[in-house]
Design a binder for this molecule. Structure first.
Ligand SMILES: Nc1nc2c(c(=O)[nH]1)N=C([C@H](O)[C@H](O)COP(=O)(O)OP(=O)(O)OP(=O)(O)O)CN2
Ligand SMILES: [Zn+2]
Length: 138
C-alpha cells in the first residue's frame, strides 16, 4: 500500500531552566550560561508532528488530521502549555528539559497514543533558529 506522511503543527509556551544537580553552580553556569538562570526563562515552542503510514483506500487518509490534532491538544499542549517544565512536568523533575529531551518525551507520548502501524517524527523549535528532530527508524 502507498506510504505517505502527513504533518500537523502546534504551539506551546513554557518556562524552563537547564541545570545538572550533580554539578556545582560554577559548572552549571559555565555549561548552560543564561539558560541556568535559577528564576527560569521562557520559550515559544513550535512543534511539527509527522505521521507516516499507508493511505487507507476507503478514506484516502493516512490518519484523520482532526484526530491527530485532538491527541496533540489533549496529550501534549495540555501537559506543556503555560507550564514551568522543571516544576510541573513529572518527567523533568529528574531529566534536564533541553529541546532534545522535550522532543523525545513528545515523541514517546505520541507513540503511546497512535496506532503502532505509524512511524512518528517530531520536530521542535525552541527558538526561531534552534530546533531538534527525532524520527523513529523503520
Ligand atoms: N543542544 C542544545 N543546546 C541548547 C539548548 C538545547 O535545548 N539543546 N537550549 C538552550 C537554551 O535553552 C536556549 O534555547 C538558548 O536560547 P538562545 O541562545 O537565546 O537562542 P536564540 O536562537 O534566541 O539565540 P541567538 O543567539 O539570538 O540566535 C541553549 N543551547
Ligand atoms: Zn531555554
Amino acid at each position: 500500500m502507498r506510504q505517505m506522511s502527513v504533518y500537523r503543527r502546534a504551539h506551546f509556551n513554557a518556562a524552563h531552566r537547564l541545570h545538572n544537580p550533580a554539578w556545582t553552580s560554577e559548572q552549571n553556569e559555565e555549561v548552560f550560561g543564561l539558560c541556568n538562570n535559577e528564576y527560569y526563562h521562557g520559550h515559544n515552542y513550535e512543534l511539527e508532528v509527522k505521521v507516516t503510514g499507508p493511505v487507507d483506500p476507503e478514506t484516502g487518509y493516512v490518519i484523520d488530521l482532526k484526530i491527530l490534532n485532538d491527541i496533540i491538544k489533549h496529550k501534549i499542549e495540555a501537559k506543556f502549555d503555560h507550564k514551568n517544565l522543571n516544576l510541573q512536568v513529572e518527567e523533568f523533575k529528574t531529566l534536564n528539559p533541553t529541546a532534545e529531551n522535550i522532543c523525545w518525551l513528545i515523541w514517546k507520548i505520541l507513540k503511546e497514543h497512535l496506532d503502532p502501524k505509524f512511524k512518528i517524527g517530531v520536530r521542535l523549535y525552541e527558538t526561531p533558529r534552534n530546533y531538534v528532530e527525532y524520527e523513529e527508524q523503520a
